[in-house]
Design a protein around this ligand. Structure first.
Ligand SMILES: Cc1cc2nc3c(=O)[nH]c(=O)nc-3n(C[C@H](O)[C@H](O)[C@H](O)COP(=O)(O)OP(=O)(O)OC[C@H]3O[C@@H](n4cnc5c(N)ncnc54)[C@H](O)[C@@H]3O)c2cc1C
Ligand SMILES: Cc1ncc(C[n+]2csc(CCOP(=O)(O)OP(=O)(O)O)c2C)c(N)n1
Ligand SMILES: [Mg+2]
Length: 586
């Protein structure tokens, strides 16, 4: 059997260590599918139901393993479907390669069926973006694409015309030109460089940090591999560790040095630490909500990408380097702070905050409080569970009522903030971490968008767990409308939809829970079940995801929406009253 050009592409991906391609075939990639079939001992093809999910799986694979994620889609509509997942990868700095099909070279420019120029469409999302033209350069295009994705933690894209995919691998290119270049021959090698700030820069940073009396650290996704170093620095500096949401797993939530998150989903002591600190120490974060950053503090930042060092706030010492290595070099220059009052105040605030949050996890209340649902999952999940959540109020409950402990990981679509990533993320996480518990905590709106992927989980016997926080509406947007002073509009589905029958139809376990007393049993059974399992939990739709400090404008908007005739004002007011009552009682 003569080798076809697609095999050059597939073999080279395997040489790079790629073991999985998430995708869906079509007439635009039949040649590549044949290449994958011929090399199925080296790379597994995971068939999905929707290409958006394939791209999100590639992103989830990259986020949960730190390795390159790869997805495949056919020409035209297949490629177009990938886009949202690719933007998620790009914006959260996950290395992902997309391979797509393109119409035959002989037809390009004729407006043929599915002649969508994906290399133009992907111009904005893909940093390396190329239309392959001849077999002999395919390995080099793969080398360039993979190296770019890894080095810049971004998206690469190769689109391959169908005739090229099926052509002989040794088909020779046209000859011509001045003959100054050979057909490329490169190697599948990328060795990351070690980047460390200079001694002088480290000393400047240490001087600012040692000079502060109230240092607050803000740690983000870039510090996920630097737990010990972050803790060592914070301990010396007597600094509360505030975490961005994607950085939730940097340190455990019950560690005495952390005050949890910052922003709308954050905690009050984190907000206060930002307001009162005299030095802000940012580590591996590009935190976007600048209104939550201090107005006056001196700023030191550790950031791996020089283009983002100092990119959010006026920064005195932007240190370019890896979080763990830079902290290792910096810690010997730090003096242990004797005055630990700033940290102690944050710790008192945090103890109070956690009590207030626990009071909202009331197991008696009916309908079920989403906070209670999240805490039940937290209590029953393994110490190395991987939890993914979607955009919506679910993100608030996950931020505040699910604790990182042990080796738990946490994923969400941070900067794109798309709905529906967590079922695909969870499938990819389960695929790459077969022994771990992988849980998707989703809203009814987000789950319905990509719920077909339960079929994918069942097809590959992946024992993923899905918990639907089912309020029958797009709650996040309802609350946003109210904060703006608008009564709700266009956010309510017809009753909380039924998802358990769908899970059963996919061959998994499916349970519906409406009574709080049934919750622990149902979640426990799902977590223990050997196959995919879904628990559809009807929760209180009137529970607002309140910010830690309600600002005047937010309260005013709420009141205005009530006055303009919000249809559920009585139910919402009664929920707010019961929340306050539970907290006072505690
Ligand atoms: C519904 C919803 C609500 C949200 N609410 C909040 C909220 O209240 N609070 C919140 O924090 N977020 C929230 N987010 C997420 C938010 O939009 C941003 O995605 C997030 O704040 C960015 O976190 P980050 O800076 O840690 O991650 P990123 O933006 O990914 O930045 C990480 C930085 O670390 C750098 N880096 C990577 N590796 C290293 C390394 N080894 N060493 C050093 N640097 C490195 C990267 O170059 C990058 O600049 C929400 C998202 C959703 C979907
Ligand atoms: C693809 C996409 N469409 C729309 C939005 C805007 N949006 C953000 S959260 C949200 C509601 C999500 O509803 P659901 O999944 O039910 O979660 P809930 O807020 O009800 O907990 C919407 C519509 C988005 N972020 N992404
Ligand atoms: Mg909902």
């Amino acid at each position: 059997m003569a080798k076809i050009a697609s095999e050059l592409l597939v073999e080279r991906l395997a040489d790079w260590g790629v073991d999985t391609v998430f995708g869906l075939p079509g007439d635009g990639v039949n040649g590549i599918m044949e290449g994958l079939r011929r090399h199925r001992d080296r790379i597994r093809f995971v068939l999905v139901q929707h290409e958006e999910a394939a791209a999100l799986m590639a992103t989830g694979y990259a986020k949960s393993t730190g390795r390159l994620g790869v997805c495949l889609a056919t020409s035209g509509p297949g490629g177009i479907h990938l886009l949202n997942g690719l933007y998620d990868a790009r914006m959260d700095h996950a290395p992902v390669l997309a391979v797509t099909g393109m119409q035959s070279t002989s037809l390009l420019g004729t407006g043929f069926q599915q002649e969508v120029h994906l290399e133009r469409l992907f111009e904005d999302v893909a940093e390396y973006n190329v239309l392959a033209q001849i077999p002999v350069h395919l390995p080099t295009l793969v080398d360039n694409a993979v190296r770019t994705a890894l080095a810049r933690r971004t998206v690469s894209h190769i689109t391959v015309p169908v005739d090229l995919q099926e052509s002989d691998a040794d088909l020779q290119p046209y000859e011509g030109g001045l003959g100054l270049g050979r057909p490329p021959q490169t190697a599948p090698v990328y060795l990351p460089a070690r980047i460390l700030p200079t001694e002088a820069a480290l000393q400047r940073a240490a001087d600012v940090l040692n000079g502060g009396t109230r240092v607050a650290m803000l740690a983000g996704a870039g510090a996920l591999g630097a737990r010990a170093e972050v803790l060592a620095a914070a301990e010396l500096l007597a600094s509360p560790i505030v975490k961005s949401l994607p950085g939730k797993a940097v340190v455990p939530d019950d560690h005495p040095l952390t005050t949890g998150g910052l922003g709308l989903l954050g905690t009050r002591p984190s907000e206060e630490a930002m307001e009162d600190c005299d030095v802000l120490f940012m580590v591996g974060t590009n935190f976007p909500y600048t209104a939550y950053l201090p107005e006056k503090a001196r700023v030191v930042q550790i950031e791996a990408d020089p283009t983002r060092a100092g990119g959010r706030i006026a920064t005195e010492v932007p240190l370019v380097g890896d979080a763990a290595e830079t902290l290792n070099a910096l810690v010997p220059l730090l003096r242990r702070k004797e005055d630990r009052r700033f940290l102690e105040k944050a710790q008192r605030g945090m103890a109070e905050w956690r009590e207030g949050m626990a009071a909202l996890e009331n197991p008696q209340r009916e309908p079920i409080q989403p906070q209670y649902l999240m805490r039940v999952i937290d209590r029953l999940a393994a110490d190395d569970a991987i939890l993914s959540t979607d955009s919506g109020t679910i993100a608030t409950w996950a931020a505040r009522h699910f604790d990182i402990r042990g080796d738990r990981q946490f994923m969400l679509s941070g900067n794109l903030a798309t709905m529906a990533p967590s079922v695909p993320y969870t499938i990819a996480a389960q695929w790459s971490h077969p022994g771990r518990q992988c849980i998707a905590f989703v809203g009814d709106g987000g789950f319905a968008m990509l719920m077909a992927e339960l079929l994918t989980a069942a097809r590959y016997q992946l024992p993923i767990k899905v918990v639907v926080c089912n309020n029958g509406l797009l709650a996040q947007i309802l609350w946003e409308q109210m904060v703006l002073g608008y009564p709700e509009y266009g956010v309510r589905f017809q009753g909380p939809p039924q998802f358990a029958p769908w899970a059963q139809a996919c061959g998994g376990l499916g349970a519906r829970v409406e009574k709080p007393g049934d919750l622990e049993g149902a979640v426990g059974t799902a977590l223990a079940s050997p196959g995919p399992a879904l628990v559809d939990v009807v929760v209180n739709p009137d529970e607002p995801p309140l910010p830690a400090k309600v600002r005047y404008q937010q309260a005013k908007g709420f009141a205005e929406a009530f006055l303009k005739g919000h249809p559920r004002r009585t139910a919402i007011a009664s929920t707010l009253f019961r929340d306050k009552f539970d907290q006072l009682k505690a």
